[in-house]
Design a protein around this ligand. Structure first.
Ligand SMILES: NC(=O)C[C@H](N)C(=O)O
Length: 323
């Protein structure tokens, strides 16, 4: 029999709807506690509540605490897998943090819900059951952190919340899911080609995320730089281009040894130094901007926070963002 550790952190999956007011909030007792009874005799479940937070209240220090907690638990007992329940708003950031931080071959699965536990059509219990099945599956080992929602298995690196309320919200726009779950089975149909992880001890760097827009100038970048940040991620236009009036501010930032990482505000594709016009990717690369391939802005921010614990040398940072 497989032994799975469930760590609850909060979110809608941990919430109940007040039938009189329609308001949704966290409960003291975890509403999906019954999972232990449902799986009795089939899977041994240990569950615990680490946090009880809506995910907009989750901060990087919570992510580090969660990561350390998983390491401690795995060091003490030979669990077959770990499931983390989490609010969906920042689920992709916590999942990607854990993907980069954890040093384990064991399946670590993050799941959540779009509807609270007593709403009609609630998806929490079903997603939790699917996540437990994937966590107990040998094929899920050594794949990094996975996100299981709505019958699909996604990598933490590629998954993103695409809809505010639809239960099919979690998608990997770039490559699709790597597997599916059915009522009784787990199927993987894609292989993982690369997985990087960084054994950091702390998470102390401040990294800002800025989205580019038509007619943007350098004022936002200048203001952020003057506010003692250690790094900036910019969601650039298209293939990795910026309006010309931002260039001076970016140059000043790089000259101050503050790394600037570029992703695209497009939700598919990668950034490249194709264009040679003023503000084009070629100029940005020559100025020392680091191109992050395929990551979304929030995930490039998490990665920059992590790798800045090891180096701020652009020559070392550049290859870390190339896959
Ligand atoms: N569906 C959810 O979990 C959304 C909720 N606001 C949260 O992230 O905590």
């Amino acid at each position: 029999m497989k032994t799975i550790l469930i760590i609850h952190t909060g979110g809608t999956i941990s919430m109940k709807e007040n039938k009189e007011t329609g308001k949704v909030n966290t409960e003291d007792q975890h509403p999906l506690k019954e999972i232990t009874t449902i799986l009795k005799g089939k899977t041994e479940i240990e569950d615990e509540i680490l946090f009880h937070l809506p995910s907009p209240q989750i901060r990087p220090d919570h992510m580090l605490q969660l990561g350390r907690h998983i390491h401690e638990k795995l060091a003490k007992k030979n669990y077959d897998g770990v499931v983390i329940t989490h609010g969906t708003d920042t689920l992709e950031e916590t999942a990607y943090f854990l993907d980069l931080f954890l040093q384990t071959r064991k399946p670590v699965i993050v799941t959540g819900a779009m509807r609270s536990s007593n709403e009609i059509g609630t998806d929490g219990l079903y997603n939790l059951l699917s996540a437990i099945r994937v966590a107990g599956c040998d094929e899920a080992q050594n794949k990094g952190v996975l996100v299981v929602m709505n019958d699909e298995i996604h990598t933490a690196k590629n998954v993103t919340k695409t809809s505010t309320s639809n239960v099919a919200t979690f998608q990997s726009p770039q490559y699709g899911p790597i597997g599916i779950t059915t009522k009784n089975d787990v199927f993987f149909h894609h292989k993982i080609t690369s997985h990087d992880s960084y054994p950091i001890q702390k998470l102390s760097k401040s990294v800002a995320l800025i989205k580019a827009y038509a007619g943007m100038d350098g004022s936002l970048i200048n203001a952020v730089r003057e506010n003692a940040v250690d790094g900036i991620v910019i969601e650039a236009l298209g293939q990795g281009n910026l309006p010309p009036k931002t260039l001076q501010a970016i140059k000043a930032t790089i000259e101050k040894d503050i790394p600037v990482v570029l992703v695209s505000r497009c939700y598919k594709g990668i950034v490249q130094d194709t264009y040679d016009y003023e503000g084009g990717g070629r100029q940005l690369r020559e100025m020392g901007v680091i191109f992050a391939n395929g990551l979304t802005g929030p995930k490039a921010r998490i990665k920059l926070m992590i790798v800045l614990e090891m180096t701020k040398n652009p020559l070392e940072l550049t290859p870390m963002f190339s896959y």
